[in-house]
Design a protein around this ligand. Structure first.
Ligand code: C2E
Ligand code: MG
Ligand code: MG
Ligand code: MG
Length: 288
């Protein structure tokens, strides 16, 4: 019986795997024949300054509405575009859309734009992105590029050249999803990044889990010590926001302030007032 049960499992597993492979080849196919300009949109998620009490910028997040597949999430289509060798043209289309949206924003509002590791690995792709920004006439200091550690792992020297190239053009570079990859501390020492984004997985349990609390507190203190900016991602509740504030966090991003929204909703998000009342009581897990 045990053997039969195991065989059954193996069959199920293979079926699931096959299904997944079929889906991903469907995604690849749809990507190859789709029209980027009409099928891809950007949503923008606010980044909030707890000291100023207002939104200071937006992160552009890509959305794909495929006529064949429906809504596909970026965690699926970004890796698919990388596999298919289509990420660079997609990045260019998305960056163009971000710059168009930005043209109607107030001057002090910044844009954070995600670059794929594949973009960073090509000096030519980086130069095209920088040229697109230059041609828009938007002040480069208003645009920062988010990169992940995968880039450093795939070719450290090229990653460093790309970051230099971006910084020399007057942009800041942030290290996204900080804390979930490998050897982050060494990269921090060697790379001219100016900001860390603490991954949302650490924030999720910050109220209940002493370890998560301590990790976030340590990452915040690390960024201060190194003179880097820091954005805490995935802040969903006022309680999380208050505890982060007691740790000295200044910049937050997450559903509490706003989910990623279409460009048309930005003016009303900027007009909204955000007043978070100070919360009484214990600032964190008892023994932290
Ligand atoms: P990311 O850059 O770390 O973006 C943050 C992700 O967290 C977004 O997922 C966002 O919708 C989600 N998020 C925001 N607030 C909250 C919250 O309060 N709680 C939780 N649990 N999640 C929150 P999204 O939009 O699905 O994007 C996933 C990833 O796909 C991004 O992670 C980024 O790595 C990649 N991506 C998205 N757009 C682009 C793009 O235009 N180019 C590239 N290369 N990558 C992109
Ligand atoms: Mg990002
Ligand atoms: Mg992130
Ligand atoms: Mg992510």
């Amino acid at each position: 019986f045990a053997k039969r049960a195991l065989q059954g499992k193996a069959v199920l597993f293979n079926a699931a795997l096959e299904q997944e492979m079929a889906n991903s080849s469907q995604v690849d196919k749809a990507l190859r024949r789709c029209d980027y300009d009409s099928e891809f949109q950007l949503h923008f998620q606010p980044q909030f300054d707890l000291v100023k009490g207002r939104i200071i910028g937006f992160e552009a997040l890509a959305r794909w509405n495929s006529p064949e597949l429906g809504a596909v999430t970026p965690d699926i289509f970004i890796p698919a575009a990388e596999r298919a060798g289509l990420i660079r043209p997609l990045t260019q289309v998305l960056l163009g859309k971000a710059l168009t949206a930005m043209a109607s924003w107030p001057d002090e509002i910044t844009l954070a734009f995600n670059l794929s590791t594949h973009d960073l690995m090509s000096p030519h792709a980086v130069e095209s992105a920088l040229a697109t920004v230059r041609n828009s006439g938007i002040e480069p200091s208003r645009i920062e590029f988010e990169i992940t550690e995968t880039a450093m792992m795939s070719d450290f020297n090229q990653a460093r050249r790309a970051i230099d190239q971006i910084s020399e053009a007057g942009h800041r570079v942030s290290l996204d999803d900080f804390g979930i990859g490998y050897s982050s501390l060494q990269y921090l020492q060697l790379l001219p990044v100016s900001k860390l984004k603490i991954d949302h997985s650490f924030v999720r349990n910050i109220l209940e889990d002493t370890a998560a609390f301590k990790i976030v507190r340590t990452l915040l203190s690390l960024s201060r010590t190194l003179g880097l900016g820091c954005v805490v991602e995935g802040v969903e509740t006022e309680a999380q926001m208050h505890i982060l504030r007691t740790m000295g966090a200044r910049h937050i991003q997450g559903y509490l302030i706003g989910a990623p929204m279409p460009a048309a909703s930005i003016p009303s998000a900027l007009n909204q007032t955000y007043d978070f009342n100070p919360v009484r009581g214990r600032p964190g897990p008892a023994d932290a």
